[in-house]
Design a protein around this ligand. Structure first.
Ligand code: FAD
Length: 469
């Protein structure tokens, strides 16, 4: 065998798996057909958050007078914003390449196919040559691509996915977003901030269907205030070329409406990359939703592991990286199990949304006696001083034990605050454990403490409602 471990795919799943296997003393091969860092770094998490940062700074600039500041002749240069996004991605990509090299990992550029239980063939990029490698263990981390929709006119140039939207050098005047999941809502926030008129069309009865309903209601109000039109329970039935972009036909369930739009973003989810990997020949169990794995991240064939988006479960970068470490440790002879009970998930809107654990409805459906507490950012000194007091922290706890079952935050820095909930859930902590931990003042973290107090007793900074006689 040439290698102890061969990893296919250099995304946040694959490159982390490769580093972990190398840390454990393995001789490791990492095969990547495009750019190191995968979707997360090149077409996902990082480019979107870099654009969002520019959008947030622009919003701040527009609010200058509110903070006693004078900003005259302000504006933005979308070309420069795009250039900064590309520079950030390039810097971080260089960092990963260095990290991989410094761990002594061999990198091969090209597309890999499984040709035997311990064998891979790689179509070496740009050379027209194929090379064969052998490894004791193989980790598949080929990720996912945007899924499409079977609607006539899908191939028109104005109908795009997140991949192409990230490369637009101008802000479209108008955009129709199909799918109100995380990707659709995040791009809505970014593009709306730069002056694009956004309409969202969602087939299900609500936006962000996996998010707790209290947060969804609050976000719905914020989107409406921003002038974003949201059609739920509606379906796009056709696209046609129009002089100024695309004519989109939407069946709203009540009537048929036609929209003339510059760009249409298809954000209806992602599908795992399974084609051309030799999965059938290798006998690796899979279906359309991904490669089947056990809690050791091992496939139906011993010694072959699969991690990240290609497994179709919790398509998030940090889940891919954690699964990568689990697979690498098992491949190197340790015994590690993947846990999914405390996976934080963030939606980078303004304000942010972050959730972990069970929603109130999921806890009720799971048979728990549920206690819920909500604390508004409007009663938090730091949030008010920042001028960002929209939102709430909702905690769902087991009424009998006080254990935290779920935490759901809409508000500034929700993506940082949620870690208190993740730590509590993973370690079976109670709301009391959070409430009685001293939180510094003035901080946004106090919102989590106050909400936890509400489970176990009384919230201090909450105006008492007068009792009805
Ligand atoms: P990927 O990142 O998809 O990497 C797979 C790699 O495998 C690719 O580089 C590909 O070129 C390579 N590959 C495929 N086939 C082969 C082959 N045969 N041979 C060699 N190489 C191959 N997640 C978050 O947690 N936070 C976010 O804020 C966030 N924002 C997102 C925003 C957008 C617009 C999108 C699209 C996604 C976002 N995600 C976010 C999701 C996140 O990007 C993915 O969950 C993550 O990238 C999955 O990592 P992975 O390693 O499984 O696969």
């Amino acid at each position: 065998m040439n290698y102890d471990v061969a990893v296919i795919g250099g995304g946040p799943g694959g490159y982390v798996a490769a580093i972990r296997a190398a840390q454990l003393g393995g001789k490791v091969l990492l095969i990547e057909k495009e750019a190191m860092g995968g979707v997360c770094l090149n077409r996902g998490c990082i480019p979107t958050k870099t654009l969002l940062k520019s959008a947030e700074k622009w919003e701040d600039l527009k609010r200058s007078p509110e903070f006693g500041l004078k900003a005259e002749g302000i504006g933005f240069d979308f070309g420069a914003i795009l250039a900064r996004k590309n520079a950030v991605v390039a810097q971080l990509r260089g960092g990963i390449e260095q990290l991989v090299k410094s761990n002594g990992i061999d990198v091969v550029r090209g597309a890999a196919v499984l040709t035997g239980p311990n064998r891979l063939e790689v179509d070496i990029r740009g050379s027209g040559k194929k090379e064969t490698f052998e490894a004791r263990k193989i980790i598949i981390a080929t990720g996912s691509v945007p899924s499409s929709i079977p609607v006539p006119g899908r191939d028109l140039p104005g109908v795009i996915t997140s991949d192409e939207l990230l490369e637009l050098d101008q802000v479209p005047r108008s955009m129709l977003v199909i799918g109100a999941g995380v990707v659709g809502i995040e791009f809505t926030a970014i593009m709306r901030s730069f002056g694009c008129e956004v309409t969202i069309v969602e087939m299900l009865p609500s936006i962000l269907p996996s998010v707790d309903s209290d947060l969804v209601k609050r976000l719905g109000l914020i989107l409406r205030k921003l002038g974003i039109k949201t059609l739920v329970g509606a379906r796009v039935t056709a696209f046609a070329a129009a002089e100024d972009g695309v004519a989109v036909t939407v069946d709203t369930g009540k009537d048929i409406q036609e929209f003339h739009i510059e760009k249409v973003l298809i954000a209806t989810g992602r599908r795992p990359v399974l084609e051309g990997l030799g999965l059938e020949a290798a006998g690796i169990a899979h279906d359309r939703s991904g490669i089947v794995v056990n809690e050791r991240m091992e496939t139906s064939i011993a010694g072959i592991y699969a991690i990240g988006d290609v497994t179709g479960r919790s398509m998030l970068a940090h889940v891919a990286s954690t699964a990568g470490m689990v697979a690498a440790e098992n491949a190197m002879g340790l015994s590690s199990l993947m846990e999914y009970n405390a996976v934080p998930a963030c939606i980078f809107t303004t304000p942010e949304i972050a959730t972990v654990g069970l929603t109130e409805q999921e806890a009720l459906d799971g048979g728990y006696a549920v206690k819920v507490s909500k604390f508004n950012f409007a009663a938090n000194g730091k949030a008010v001083s920042m001028g960002e007091s929209d939102g709430l922290v909702k905690i769902v706890a087991d009424a009998n034990s006080g254990k935290v079952l779920g935490m759901h935050i809409l508000g500034p820095h929700a993506s940082d605050l949620i870690m208190e909930g993740a730590l509590a859930i993973r370690n079976n902590l109670t709301a009391r454990d959070i409430a009685h931990t001293i939180h510094p003042h003035p901080t946004l973290a106090e919102t989590v403490m106050e909400s936890a107090h509400g489970i176990d007793g009384d919230i201090i900074h909450q105006i008492k409602q007068k009792k009805r006689v």
